[in-house]
Design a protein around this ligand. Structure first.
Ligand SMILES: [Zn+2]
Length: 123
């Protein structure tokens, strides 16, 4: 059991690492020859625990690049769920929510579990 849970943690961490590398690559490419001042990310309601991991990897990955002084900002995005039984779209307060109309747990998460690059500020 213990080994298992460590494996899962590692997979999540690897995912954050490649995600952060990807965000950094795109931000640097978009900035071109300008100085990258701020990198604005959209983070899903159900991904908020990933912010810390991304900040951690960012510091490490960006330190030898022109993005080393750039500030990382996170904007919260509300989760959106669709009920696969009655089609209702709603904004759940938590990941384990039930459909507010028919109480179904047969739901699809439309947004709120991802992290995306929204924009960058350069000067
Ligand atoms: Zn429903």
């Amino acid at each position: 059991m213990d080994t298992n849970s460590k494996g899962v943690t590692l997979i999540v961490a690897m995912h954050e690492l490649s995600l952060t590398q990807n965000i950094l690559d795109v931000a640097l490419l978009s900035a071109g020859k300008k100085r990258l001042v701020r990198v604005n990310l959209l983070i899903g309601q159900f991904s908020d625990e990933r912010e810390e991991a991304i900040r951690f990897y960012w510091d490490d990955l960006a330190k030898d690049t022109p993005a080393c002084t750039a500030e990382l900002t996170f904007q919260w995005v509300k989760a959106e769920m669709k009920c696969l039984d009655c089609g209702t779209i709603f904004y759940p307060a938590e990941e384990t929510a039930l459909c507010p109309v028919c109480q179904s747990y047969h739901l699809k998460l439309l947004s709120g579990d991802d992290v995306r690059l929204d924009s960058i500020d350069v000067e």
